[in-house]
Ligand binder design. Structure first.
Ligand code: AMP
Length: 364
C-alpha cells in the first residue's frame, strides 16, 4: 500500500469523516454517514453549499489553502472527496496528516484523460482509439489516424461535456484545439455504440470488492438524464463489466466507491470511457433499490468498515431533475422517491435533484 495507508485505522461510530466538496454528492455522503453514527465535516470553496445544510461541521475556504486544509485534517479521522479535481499538492498536504481515501495515486491517474486511458489500455481493457494532442499539428496528424469522426477532449477538468468538441475533419480538429486555448487534449475516435452503461463498485483497504448491477444510462445535452436497472446487458456482460471494475480497483489499490463508464458496442464489446474516482450520478438508484447504497458503501470503505451488500432488491429507474424541472416538485413527489438537493438557485443544466421509481425485481 502506498502513502497515507500507514495512517489508516478504522473510524468507530462518533468519529468524523471529512468530505471535500459540498455539492449533492457530499450531501448524500453526509446523510449516509449520519445513519452509521458517524459525524462529517464538509470542506467547500464557497459558502451556501448543499451539503452544509445537513452537517454540523463545515469549512469554507479555497481548495489550495494549505493552512485551512491542515486545520480540516485536525478535526477529521479520515478524509474523502466528492469530486476529483483537487490540486495534487493539496492532496499530498492532507495525506501527510490524515488517512485520505481514495489516495493521491488514484486521483492523479483519473484526473488526466491521457494517463487514465493509457492505464486502462495497459490493463488489457478496451477503449476508443485515442491520441495525445498538444499542438495544432498533432491535432491534424491524430485526425488522420481516425476513421473520419472523433471527439477532441481536454485532458483535465472536463465534465458534463465541457471541454469537448466533435470533429469531422483535420481542420475541425485544429480549430477545436485552438478553441481550448492551448490546453493539452486527447483526440478520441468516435464510438458508434449501442448504449452506455456504468459499473459503480467499491473496494475496501483489505481488498474486499463489491459491485452494483450496472445501469444503462441515457444522456441529453451531455448531462445524465436517466439510469435504468436492469440494463440491456446480458448476464455475461454484467459479469464482464464487474470484472473490469475489479481489475481497475485492484490496480489502483483503490479505497472507496468509484464508477467505470462503458460504451456497449453493437458487437457486444465493452469499452471503458471514463473512471470516476467517487460516488456517481449513475449510482443514485442504489439508495432505494439496495440494502446498502453507494453513499453508505463509500463511507464504510473510507472509515475502514466491512463493505455492505450491493445486491439489488428491486428494478429501478432514476431520473435527474434539471434546472426548472424542479418547479414541478409536487408532481415529482407523487411520482417516486424524490430527492432535492437544497440548491437555492435553479439554472439551466444544473442538477437540482433526482427521482427514483422502483418496480418489482425482474432479473438479477
Ligand atoms: P465523457 O466526458 O468522456 O464522459 O463524455 C461525455 C459523453 O460524450 C459520453 O457519455 C458519450 O455520450 C459521449 N462520448 C464521449 N466520448 C465519446 C466517443 N469516443 N465516442 C462517442 N461518444 C462519446
Amino acid at each position: 500500500m502506498s502513502g497515507p495507508q500507514k495512517l489508516f485505522k478504522p473510524v468507530p461510530p462518533g468519529g468524523t469523516i471529512g468530505i471535500i466538496g459540498g455539492g449533492q454528492l457530499g450531501r448524500m455522503l453526509a446523510m449516509a454517514a449520519a445513519r452509521l453514527g458517524l459525524q462529517t465535516c464538509i470542506y467547500n470553496d464557497a459558502p451556501d453549499a448543499p451539503a452544509f445544510q445537513v452537517t454540523e461541521q463545515s469549512m469554507d475556504a479555497p481548495y489550495d489553502d494549505l493552512d485551512m486544509l491542515a486545520s480540516f485534517a485536525e478535526v477529521c479521522d479520515a478524509v474523502t472527496f466528492e469530486f476529483e479535481n483537487l490540486p495534487a499538492h493539496a492532496i499530498a498536504h492532507l495525506a501527510e496528516r490524515v488517512w485520505v481515501a481514495p489516495g493521491a495515486h488514484a486521483l492523479a491517474m483519473t484526473q488526466d484523460r491521457l494517463t487514465e486511458k493509457t492505464f486502462v489500455e495497459k490493463l488489457g481493457l478496451k477503449t476508443a482509439p485515442f491520441f495525445e494532442v498538444s499542438s495544432v499539428a498533432q491535432a491534424r496528424e491524430a485526425f488522420g489516424k481516425l476513421n473520419g469522426k472523433g471527439i477532441l477532449k481536454t485532458r483535465r477538468f472536463g465534465y458534463d461535456g465541457k471541454g469537448q468538441a466533435k470533429v469531422a475533419s483535420a481542420d475541425d480538429a485544429a480549430k477545436a484545439f485552438e478553441s481550448f486555448k492551448g490546453a493539452p487534449a486527447i483526440l478520441e475516435g468516435f464510438v458508434d455504440f449501442s448504449f452506455e452503461a456504468s459499473v459503480v463498485a467499491a473496494r475496501a483497504a483489505d481488498g474486499q470488492f463489491a459491485a452494483y448491477d450496472p445501469p444503462e444510462n441515457a444522456h441529453e445535452h451531455h448531462i445524465l438524464r436517466r439510469s435504468t436497472v436492469p440494463s440491456r446487458l446480458t448476464g455475461a456482460q454484467v459479469e464482464e463489466a464487474k470484472a473490469i471494475a475489479k481489475k481497475i480497483g485492484d490496480a489502483l489499490e483503490y479505497v472507496g466507491v468509484f464508477a467505470v463508464e462503458l460504451f456497449v458496442g453493437f458487437d457486444g464489446a465493452l469499452l471503458v470511457n471514463e473512471i470516476a474516482p467517487r460516488v456517481h450520478n449513475t449510482g443514485h438508484w442504489t439508495i432505494e433499490a439496495c440494502a446498502c447504497s453507494q453513499f453508505e458503501q463509500h463511507i464504510r470503505a473510507v472509515a475502514g468498515w466491512p463493505l455492505g451488500d450491493p445486491a439489488r432488491h428491486a428494478d429501478a429507474v432514476m431520473e435527474n431533475i434539471i434546472g426548472a424541472e424542479a418547479d414541478a416538485w409536487e408532481a415529482l413527489a407523487r411520482s417516486g422517491a424524490l430527492h432535492l438537493y437544497g440548491k437555492r438557485e435553479s439554472r439551466p443544466g444544473r442538477k437540482m435533484g433526482h427521482v427514483t421509481r422502483l418496480k418489482p425485481l425482474t432479473k438479477s
